[in-house]
Design a protein. Structure first.
Length: 100
């Protein structure tokens, strides 16, 4: 059990982020996005959809780290999760450019 704590925590964190992305995507509301009320957004529904895609990408990073962490090599899991997070941020910048 102690060997899999890293993976369990990563699955919970990733699942929570993916759940929030799904809720934002279904509601298409910017009220669930912190600080979005201060941004000058022309199409709020499109912004909410793009932001939910970004959250889903970022939520995949801990899930990938957790999957790799099941191998028992925690540094490899951390590296895979970190690389996935960096990739998600780079892809997220490209996604959000469409609505900003």
């Amino acid at each position: 059990m102690d060997d899999n704590i890293f993976s369990i925590v990563m699955f919970i964190v990733g699942g929570a982020i993916l759940l929030s992305a799904g809720i934002i995507r279904l509601s298409k509301s910017t009220e669930l996005i912190p600080r979005s009320q201060f941004a000058k957004i022309e199409d709020k529904q499109a912004y909410a959809v793009q932001f939910s895609k970004l959250l889903a990408l970022i939520g995949c990073a801990p899930v990938i780290g957790g999957l790799v962490g099941l191998t028992g090599i925690i540094p490899l899991g951390l590296a895979a999760g970190g690389a996935a997070l960096v990739g998600a941020i780079i892809a997220g910048v490209k996604i959000m450019k469409k609505v900003m």
